[in-house]
Design a protein around this ligand. Structure first.
Ligand SMILES: [Zn+2]
Length: 275
C-alpha cells in the first residue's frame, strides 16, 4: 500500500497477471480487488475510511470484494448501468478466472450518472468502452486526476480478451485525451505521474498496429496469417485461458471494421446490379 497525491493505493499481487490495485480518494473507494484476497483485504476494508464505492467495470478482479463490502460496510456501490445485470449473477465467468481471482458472488449495484460526488469533490464519469462495455473512468477537472480502470494497463498491448475491441479502446483513449489529464491511477500499473503522455503513447502504438493490420488485410492476408506475422510469440496466458486471452482478438477486432465497410459496399453494388 502507498500514498500518492492524497490517494491510498491498495496494491495486491496475483500469480497470473502481476499487480492489481484498488484506490481510496476523499472517502470514495475505486474498485475493490478480487475475492480470493479476502483474508488480506477484509481487515483493511473494515477500518478504511470510505462511504461509497465506484467500480470501473464488472470484471472480478475489480468487483470481487463488493459482496463483502455490501454486507459488512453497507455503503452504496455504483457501476455503469450496463454492469448491473452482470453483478447480480454469481461469477458469470470461465473456470480459469474463478481459479485466478476466486468466486465473485452476486451483489446489487446502483447505476452511475454523469457525475458522482465524493466527500469534497465532484467527479466526471466518462464512459470508456473497449476493454469492457460498462467501463468508465473518473476525472477530477480541478486537479486533472484520472482513475483509468483498465483503459491503460500497459503501453504495448499484445493480448486481449475475446470481448475487447481495439478500435473501441482507441476511441475511448481519444475521448479521455480531450480532458486535461494529469496523474493517472491505473488498476494494474498503479500511480502514473504523466497520464496524458502514457495514454498518448498507447494510442500511437494502437494506431500503428491498426494501420499495419489494415495494410495486410487489404493485401489479402487472413486474420490468422496477420496474427502470426505481427504476434509470432505465444503468451502463456493464451493456453491457460483456453484462448480467451489471445493476440488474434486484437486482429479480428480491427478487421471487423473493414468487414462492415465492405459489406456496405457489396450491399450497394448488389442493389445497383438489379437495374
Ligand atoms: Zn478488466
Amino acid at each position: 500500500m502507498y500514498e500518492r497525491e492524497g490517494v491510498t493505493c491498495v496494491e495486491m499481487r496475483n500469480s497470473l497477471v502481476g499487480k492489481v490495485y484498488a484506490f481510496i480518494i476523499d472517502g470514495m473507494l475505486v474498485d475493490t480487488g478480487p475475492s480470493n484476497l479476502e483474508e488480506d483485504l477484509a481487515p483493511f476494508y473494515e477500518n478504511a475510511s470510505f462511504d461509497r464505492v465506484v467500480l470501473t467495470h464488472h470484471h472480478e478482479d475489480h468487483t470481487g470484494m463488493a459482496p463483502w463490502i455490501m454486507e459488512n460496510r453497507r455503503v452504496p456501490i455504483y457501476i455503469h448501468p450496463l454492469g448491473i445485470g452482470r453483478c447480480s449473477q454469481d461469477s458469470p465467468y470461465p473456470a480459469y478466472r474463478k481459479k485466478t481471482w476466486g468466486l465473485r458472488n452476486a451483489f446489487s449495484a446502483l447505476p452511475l450518472n454523469e457525475t458522482i460526488r465524493s466527500k469534497t469533490k465532484q467527479w466526471e464519469v466518462i464512459h470508456t468502452p473497449g476493454h469492457a462495455d460498462d467501463h468508465i473512468a473518473l476525472f477530477d477537472s480541478e486537479t486533472g486526476t484520472l482513475f483509468s480502470g483498465d483503459l491503460f494497463v500497459s503501453r504495448r498491448t499484445k493480448v486481449i480478451i475475446t470481448s475487447e475491441s481495439v478500435p473501441q479502446i482507441m476511441t475511448s483513449i481519444r475521448n479521455i485525451l480531450t480532458y486535461d489529464v494529469g496523474s493517472m491511477f491505473c488498476c494494474h500499473a498503479g500511480y502514473v505521474s504523466d497520464g496524458k503522455a502514457k495514454l498518448t503513447q498507447k494510442l500511437e502504438y494502437l494506431e500503428d498496429l491498426f494501420a499495419e493490420v489494415e495494410k495486410l488485410y487489404r493485401r489479402g492476408m487472413s486474420p490468422n496469417e496477420i496474427d502470426q506475422k505481427l504476434f509470432p510469440k505465444e503468451y502463456p496466458i493464451s493456453p491457460i485461458s483456453e484462448g480467451e486471452w489471445d493476440s488474434i482478438h486484437i486482429v479480428t477486432s480491427i478487421v471487423k471494421e473493414f468487414k462492415v465497410e465492405s459489406e456496405h459496399h457489396s450491399l450497394h453494388s448488389s442493389k445497383w446490379d438489379k437495374y
